[in-house]
Design a binder for this molecule. Sequence first.
Ligand SMILES: [Zn+2]
Length: 414
Amino acid sequence: MTIEEEVSKTLAELGVTEAPAVEALFAEVRAAMDSERQELVSRGAASSTEREKTAKALRDRWLGRKNGLLAHIDEKWLKPSSRELKPIVGRKFNELRQTSAQLEMEALIRDVPVRAKVNSSDPGSKDASFASTGQALSTATGTVAVTTKDSVAVEVTTAAADLTLPGYRRRLGSIHPITRVQREIEDIFLGLGYSIETGPEVETAYYNFDALNIPATHPARDDMDSLYVDAETVLRTHTSPVQIRALRKHGAPLYILAPGRVYRRDNPDASHSPMFHQIEGLAVDADITFADLKGTLDFFCRKFFGEKVRTSFHPTYFPFTEPSGEVSISCFVCDGAGSDAVGRSCRTCKASGWIEVMGCGMIHPDVLGHGGVDPERYSGWAFGLGIDRFAMVKYDIHDIQLFFQSDMRFLEQF
Ligand SMILES: [Zn+2]
């Protein structure tokens, strides 16, 4: 039987004839009243308008002059009650009426919270509702209205907010594999006393080509290979122009590392990207020889790929170094064997046992001259490597595009 049904019957119709039954009946009503109120308080309201509406509905349901539940109890239980029961019914009804004061609008509006609502600066509301710049704090289960000088009105709920709950955790990112590898390489050379140098990505053709002994007729200058801004300006195709800029800026002796983005006119595929990353290394000093180059790069490769790794140097040609070499390392997966213990061929080194990792050479005397350094007095060596390629080799990644697609499933593995 619902409360409504109960209060529409007299005590006699309900079969209530003794004091304990009266007390039980009123206890039931009291419990219903409390739970309806508590339900509203813990639910709260989305706005003060909604709070007013729901509070009024609850108030009218119980305290409405004509149709409220209390009016029915007065009419059906108290007035027609027997002489024996009247005192106890009267006393219980009075208690209920006193308790029902908590259903008055004022008390409900005080206790029902408006859920964390922020009114960003509405100049009207400042004067209308929060005239003072102080704080209005009602009860511990009520709402706190805070106004600040820039008229931001914040209503913070204190009723159902459990202050011991943990906060929202922001998802942490991770360091991009390119950045990770770049820093690893930088750390190794910083430990050897090198410093980091940077240069512009939009470079003049002079610094990108001419100063590096790449004549106007060289195929690398073709606009099929390079991305030109205009006839004299190009997106740098390598980090080597930083060599010239740094030599002109600091002179010799010089030990630098120049990391950065470079651009080529390549179609994106698994091993090509129109933008990728290089690191250029440079050592210029008196009496620098090819032995310094070999010793330093051997040390670097062992630091980066593992102490077991052996290096191998092969002659090649670059316009800006003489002699020039390519560096290969023994495969760190199969240890140079080209296959694993059961004879499966190694895919990291494509079964060759060796992985080509970078180009290097003794800096061409003309290039030193372009950098303003006397080639009679100083010599130097340089190397250049692809950071993307290093990362691909190190982490066994077979598609360079993965670095640039911002796919969390890929990136969060690092
Ligand atoms: Zn291998």
